[in-house]
Write a protein that binds this ligand. Structure first.
Ligand code: URA
Length: 433
């Protein structure tokens, strides 16, 4: 088999066989195929596409490029959840403990934030002592014993993806649905969870800008998951506005704690209950959606969900006092209020801009190795559809450095006002199975 023939075939829009795809991915992993040929093939795939079978085969070969994890020696259903990335997305911090307290086991490998999007690991690392680097053995023991662990990647999971992603990044071949789907799903499937809930975001702060593209991506990922034997469901959710009230690591963790204690923003809490219901039904933990929702609400009310977060933090070496009293989490030197200079309905809150502004405060990374400041970020006092008067509070900025006029102007421009009534929208647009 020759890689040149495979490139030629895809260039002409032909379908690649399982063996051809596997030959390519093996060559990427052992570096016998040079980057320039892989780059050419990536571009051919971006332009000509891949059908469902090719995409599933690509994902399978990528999984086989490295280690996989097997949870078959753990009793119970292991559930996973993945977000395609957003601004203010602290969902896993709430959903993990909540769903685990309702009977499923959550074994999750998360990532760090980059650019305007945050990462679950950074939020967890704002807790003093919290260890995201567990060995495979400790990870599995924790999942077995308390039913919840969230860690960074361990072992050599999907090394082919690391190589492909680095090349895609510099060859303008990131935005291909088959390539994104195989990349995300290979990392999910290499972990042995039985069910996967995908939170596929659309909008300006997301990978996919339109609902239609988000649905296409979701359908492709669902087909890979189901073809490879996992119960996979996707919710299509809005990322045009930030999720919940906060952006920034310790601030988002605080909001997650509030939600687990039943003191969260109503819209964010409903989003969590909707997602939790899907996960519990996927795992067969309850007989009906109503029972699942009831259990989720009860475990917020009776403290079981919050208790589960405490258990995980303790097991991973974090300071539980900071969870019990979030005012002990890292705090910024200054808190500045931003007020409306005009009245009207809030018609837009540009999440991507806000994510970037939070990053510029030090709350995110511009480059992969940048250090971050856990304390800084933004707390929204309004959401899309709210009516404000001139002088009302829009948001507060938690910062350690002086804010420049340019930064402040950009922050103010992240809010748009309308004289006309603006309807509030659901966060979840649709659930696809
Ligand atoms: N996230 C991934 O892990 N892979 C992609 O290709 C895009 C987003």
């Amino acid at each position: 088999m020759k890689i040149l023939d495979i490139i030629e075939k895809k260039k002409r829009g032909k379908i690649l066989s399982e063996d051809e795809i596997d030959f390519w991915i093996k060559g990427v992993t052992d570096e016998s195929i040079p980057d320039y040929q892989t780059s050419a093939l990536l571009m051919a795939i971006l332009l000509m596409g891949m059908n469902e079978e090719e995409t599933t085969n690509l994902c399978k070969s990528m999984i086989n490029s490295g280690d996989t994890m097997d949870f078959s020696d753990i009793d119970g259903i292991i559930a996973d959840k993945h977000s395609t990335g957003g601004v203010g997305d602290k969902t896993s911090l709430v959903l993990g403990p909540l769903v685990s307290s309702c009977g499923l086991k959550i074994a999750k490998m998360s990532g760090r934030g980059l650019g305007h999007t945050g990462g679950t690991l950074d939020k967890l690392e704002s807790i003093s002592g919290f260890n995201i680097f567990l060995s495979e053995e400790d990870f599995k023991r924790q999942v077995r014993e308390i039913g919840l662990a969230i860690i960074g990647q361990t072992g050599e999971l999907v090394p082919a993806d690391k190589k492909l992603y680095a090349l895609r990044d510099v060859t303008a071949t990131v935005d291909s649905i088959p390539l994104i789907s195989a990349s995300i799903m290979s990392k999910k499937l290499a972990l042995g969870s039985q069910t996967i809930l995908l939170d596929v975001k659309y909008g300006e702060g997301a990978f996919m800008h339109t609902v239609e593209d988000a649905k296409k991506l979701a359908r492709t990922m669902i087909s890979i998951g189901n073809n490879l034997g996992r119960n996979t469901v996707a919710m299509i959710s809005d990322m045009n506005s930030p999720l919940g009230r906060t952006i920034g690591n310790a601030l988002e963790l605080t909001e997650a704690i509030e939600a687990l204690r039943g003191e969260g923003q109503k819209e964010f809490t409903e989003f969590i209950i909707d997602a939790g219901e899907i996960m519990l039904m996927q795992g067969g933990a309850y007989n009906s959606k109503e029972e699942a929702r009831k259990a989720l609400r009860e475990n917020i009310k009776n403290g079981a969900a919050f208790e589960k977060l405490l258990e995980m933090v303790k097991a991973q070496g974090g300071d539980v006092e900071e969870i019990k009293d979030p005012s002990k989490l890292p705090k910024a030197k200054y808190v500045s209020e931003i007020k409306a200079k005009e009245g009207g309905y809030i018609s837009k809150i540009h999440s991507q801009k806000l994510g970037r502004l939070s990053m510029l405060l030090g709350g995110g990374r511009e480059k992969k190795d940048d250090k971050i400041n856990y304390a800084v970020g933004l707390v929204m006092d309004v959401m899309k559809g709210d009516k404000v008067e001139k002088g009302d509070l829009l948001c507060t900025v938690h910062h350690d450095k002086e804010l420049s006029d340019e930064w402040l102007e950009s922050l103010y421009k992240s809010f748009e006002f309308s004289k006309d009534y603006v309807e509030k929208e659901n966060i979840i647009e649709e659930v696809l199975k």
